[in-house]
Design a protein around this ligand. Structure first.
Ligand SMILES: Cc1ncc(COP(=O)(O)O)c(C=O)c1O
Length: 396
């Protein structure tokens, strides 16, 4: 790093910004893996060479080292690497002994994987509405739990990189004796009341899908917990339920983490996470200060959340959304929608037992009105300004 070079936000400019200078008309992408590669290639290749030379490709030293790094980062005693975020949630629920038909409280506004994992683990998802920030509404969770006192499992999602309010989660946990599996796929490094996401529930799950704040060069995930027995069951479950060589005490799956992914994550990407997160936070602050189109609502982050801004959601009138996205696209700014169809309304759910605590007013509003703006760490200051100008020049 050339420490003398500072961007005008006071964040050090890395050599990538000097080398990969975008042309003024280049498209502003939701994710820019070419820039990430030019910044990280050397350390990625060093990790690959080490694994290649080791001759050990699955569940070895690299996986253990990455698990230790992550455990320290999320303040948990045990981390178990696995093949994806989807698997991490399923492993966590199965390790916590969710039994077939048990109801699991969760959010209708998330990646489908959150609910798919619950169903694969045998649970029956129960959906409640979200709050003004798109996060599961903990007051409505309380109402649902009071209505159904036998519900014991809860999978909240720290959506968009925002941390759910820690006290609200632990109050629910204590009052209703819940087993909480926190879905931290979008929120690694986010904090609430001084505590990392993933440190409140019994277990938490991470995804290292390439677009995530800490993304591998392929699929990967992890479970973190302080509960030794749960961790041991996750370790067995990820490897066919094997507790010792050729001894299968559980019916597990193949969700092993490759050494290559673990080495790349541990050596090339994890050390950059604080800088990447800081860059996302600076971009979010710049968007929040700069967007002043009355037709575009910027929800921001909940007060108690130290967000890591996996996504930057804005809201527009539902009937204008496509026009807004077209305007952005014409200005060379990519956008996305998270998520256009609520999970209980997906076709795959039609034959699957589940409950919806109606109404899902805010979640439906998000699914009709949300647009995500680009917020990856390799965006330059001038691209952020171009994106803001595009948003502000839209006439609803
Ligand atoms: C909130 C959330 N949960 C779970 C997942 C599943 O992670 P993966 O894609 O690694 O299976 C994702 C990723 O899309 C996600 O965003």
């Amino acid at each position: 790093m050339r420490s003398s070079q500072l961007s005008n936000e006071g964040v050090p400019l890395k050599s990538r910004e000097v080398e990969a200078i975008p042309t003024p008309t280049s498209k502003i992408l939701m994710n820019d893996f070419a820039r990430q590669w030019s910044d990280t290639a050397e350390s990625v290749l060093s990790a690959v060479r080490r694994v290649g030379g080791s001759g050990w490709y699955i569940l070895g030293k690299e996986v253990s080292q990455f698990e230790a790094l992550l455990a320290a980062h999320v303040q948990r005693q045990n981390v178990v690497g696995c093949a994806s975020g989807l698997d991490a949630i399923e492993l966590a629920l199965r390790a916590c002994k969710l039994t077939a038909g048990q109801r699991v409280l969760t959010t209708p506004l998330s990646a489908f994987a959150t609910t798919l994992a619950i169903i694969r683990a045998g649970g029956v998802p129960v959906f409640v509405d979200v709050d003004d920030y798109g996060l599961i509404d903990t007051e409505q969770c309380r109402d649902a739990l009071l209505e159904d006192r036998s519900m014991r499992f809860f999978v909240p999602v720290h959506l968009y990189g925002h941390a759910l309010h820690r006290s609200a989660l632990s109050e629910l946990q204590n009052e209703f004796e819940l087993t909480i599996v926190e879905d931290c796929a979008q929120a690694i490094g986010a904090f609430s009341e001084g505590h990392s996401v993933g440190s409140t529930g019994e277990v938490c799950a991470f995804s290292f899908y390439p677009t995530k704040n800490l993304g591998a060069m392929g699929d990967a995930g992890a479970v973190a917990t302080d509960n030794m027995a749960v961790a041991a069951r996750c370790r067995a479950l990820r490897n066919y339920g094997q507790t010792e060589r050729y001894q299968h005490d559980l019916l597990g799956m193949n969700s092993r983490l490759d050494e290559l992914h673990a080495a790349i994550l541990g050596e090339a990407f994890f050390p950059r996470l604080p800088e990447w997160t800081q860059r996302r936070q600076v971009i979010a602050a710049t968007y929040r200060a700069g967007i002043c189109n009355p037709g575009v609502l910027v929800p921001g982050a909940p007060e108690a959340s130290q967000s890591v801004w996996h996504l930057f959601p804005v809201l527009v009138t539902a009937t204008c959304r496509e026009d807004f996205r077209l305007h952005l696209s014409n200005a060379g700014v990519e956008s996305a929608i998270h998520y256009p169809t609520l999970i209980p309304y997906q076709a795959a759910m039609s034959q699957i037992p589940h409950q919806v605590k109606r109404p899902l007013t805010r979640a439906e509003e998000y699914s009709r009105s949300e647009v995500s703006l680009p917020i990856h760490p390799y965006l330059t200051q001038s691209e952020v300004e171009r994106a803001i100008a595009a948003v502000n020049s839209w006439n609803p």
